[in-house]
Design a protein around this ligand. Sequence first.
Ligand SMILES: O=C(O)C1=C[C@@H](OP(=O)(O)O)[C@@H](O)[C@H](O)C1
Ligand SMILES: C=C(OP(=O)(O)O)C(=O)O
Length: 444
Amino acid sequence: MTAVTDLRFQIAPGGALRGRLRVPGDKSISHRSIMLSAIAEGESRIAGFLEGADALATLTAFRRMGVEIDGPDAGRVRVHGVGLRGLRAPDGPLDMGNSGTSMRLLAGLLAGQSFPVTLTGDASLSRRPMRRVTEPLALMGAHIGTTADGTAPLVIEPVPHLTGIDYRLTVPSAQVKSSLLLAGLYAGGETGVTEPAPTRDHTERMLTAFGYPVRRQGARACLNGGGRLRGCQLQIPADISSAAFFLAGASIAPGSDLLLEEVGINPTRVGVINILRGMGADIELLDRRTLGGEPVADIRVRTARLKGIRIPVDQVPLAIDEFPAIFIAAACAEGETILTGAEELRVKESDRIQVMADGLTRLGILAEPLPDGIRIVGGEFGSTAGGEPIDAHSDHRIAMSFAIAGLRASGSVTIRDCANVETSFPGFVELAAGVGLGIEASGA
Ligand SMILES: O=C(O)C1=C[C@@H](OP(=O)(O)O)[C@@H](O)[C@H](O)C1
Ligand SMILES: C=C(OP(=O)(O)O)C(=O)O
């Protein structure tokens, strides 16, 4: 599914980010757009779909379960929904590639089907914890096997019925919340999920767009099983998680002035803006509007003098995927930045605390990993010229974060194992080069 060769990025030092660009469609919303339109009744039309490997893994999975899907063609997808009970057994295991969202959400959506199905993933996904979904799904009556370590493959056996539960999440996770709500569509009675802190609410918003009632009572989201989703039209905003590299990059590169178009600014996703602003970033939200049930804005970002901060713990779930980019900004800030309460970063596509600390250290920055975060002391980036490249460990967000670090490096920066950038941000190299990053890819 994803390339396994060693794709390298070479970054020429210096430069500014200037101009305007639209980063690709939101990954979280793209996954959900396929899942919900597949089990809706009638046709759905999606625009702005992310044609990256993760969202395509979700799309392929539904095709293999008998859903007719036209596209994607320049972000346009037409899905001929089969209704809640219309999916068919695939002819073999479904490969979720690198995508935690696909695996965890599909575990819930498929737990109540009348056929068996196995979900597999690549080496990284096969290391990630799955009990956080399989255990609560078992409380609903699901039969899902994992390895002894609680990892994929997930072997889902059909069960006569699921029963709604009232579940309090132990980790703030939109993937777990969504998995349970999707299983709840197939369950008797009410399924309720209470979160310890707000997490992205795209599933709840999109269910509502498909005409499925979801209730929100404070920190609890709930729905009743057995309803119907009706096909609809969806427009997907640009992904704030992809915009994050440019928010950090333009903030640190002298002379930058960049406009990021039509970026999703859902309040459950804007931690990166809040944190960078807390560090002194110059970020303006222009022309706020609503697109497909989600708030969006054009974002203008200009160079700023950043200062280190203690990152507020309540911002952690709101910026969970953006920390690698935030760490690069912290490394260019005056003084010390401290992050705690973010142990989740250790179980993403890579251990993002250790891998970022290693790369920052390689560039001469004092970066001390903590069990649940990191301490970074701002300084001057060196370079990797004449030495070992920085290792992205197949993690897309690590690769793109060190690419923007090149804007402030003293010499060239080489990053290895970058092929998985394709999972969330196809076209990154061209888009970034187009606004001023001196980036070249080689060795694919
Ligand atoms: O629901 C989603 O689409 C996502 C939720 C987050 O994961 P967790 O729920 O594990 O925090 C995030 O890291 C991931 O990239 C996408
Ligand atoms: C953690 C991420 O995604 P997923 O969990 O879907 O693999 C991510 O995109 O940073």
